[in-house]
Design a protein around this ligand. Sequence first.
Ligand code: ADP
Ligand code: 5GP
Length: 189
Amino acid sequence: MAGKLIVFSAPSGAGKSTLIRYLLEQDLNLAFSISATSRAPRGTERHGVEYFFLSAEEFRQRIANGEFLEYEEVYPDRFYGTLKAQVEKQLAEGQNVIFDVDVVGGCRIKEYYGERALSVFVQPPSVEELRRRLTGRGTDKPEVIEDRIAKAEYELGFAPRFDVVIVNDDLQQAQQEALRVVKDFLEKP
Ligand code: ADP
Ligand code: 5GP
């Protein structure tokens, strides 16, 4: 049987990756959707694991070829996108595919796949807490954190367009809620 799609979106720092990592450890037959990006790898990131790392030029070429289900140019020359062929391959293999994409991409994927997809918005308890988490994560320079915070206000407005909103305040509680909604969705015929 072909798999289903679970889309997690949120402002950066809300806790998407943390919740997805938790779900991938559960017995849900989930596979992570590997996006393409033109940003440079960070830390231990490897091509074909966290992302497919492409040059901006290569990314543009693949857009022109119509290879993306959705993509965003977040800053000039900094692209993120979902490759259609990659998703279709994972679904055809019977895997349920879980996505970590920005709010616009999340809405697009939901629109495209309809009932076959569950869209989940992860909401931080507050913008101040978001700043604390981004600072604590230690992966971004202060000016990048400020960019992300500035964007968060806009992104929070997308919450009502999602099937489910999970407030990630207490992590354990958010993990249990995520597990419950994903399980319910996957068990539904
Ligand atoms: P995102 O993927 O949405 O950008 P992350 O999952 O990387 O966010 O989380 C951002 C930071 O906040 C990480 O350092 C993570 O460990 C921490 N974090 C996630 N959830 C919580 C929570 N409920 N309470 C406190 N810190 C959290
Ligand atoms: P990062 O650079 O921290 O890995 O990711 C930055 C943002 O890009 C995150 O909010 C993440 O959800 C988003 N993102 C990652 N992959 C995709 C994708 O394929 N499409 C879209 N629209 N956004 C993505």
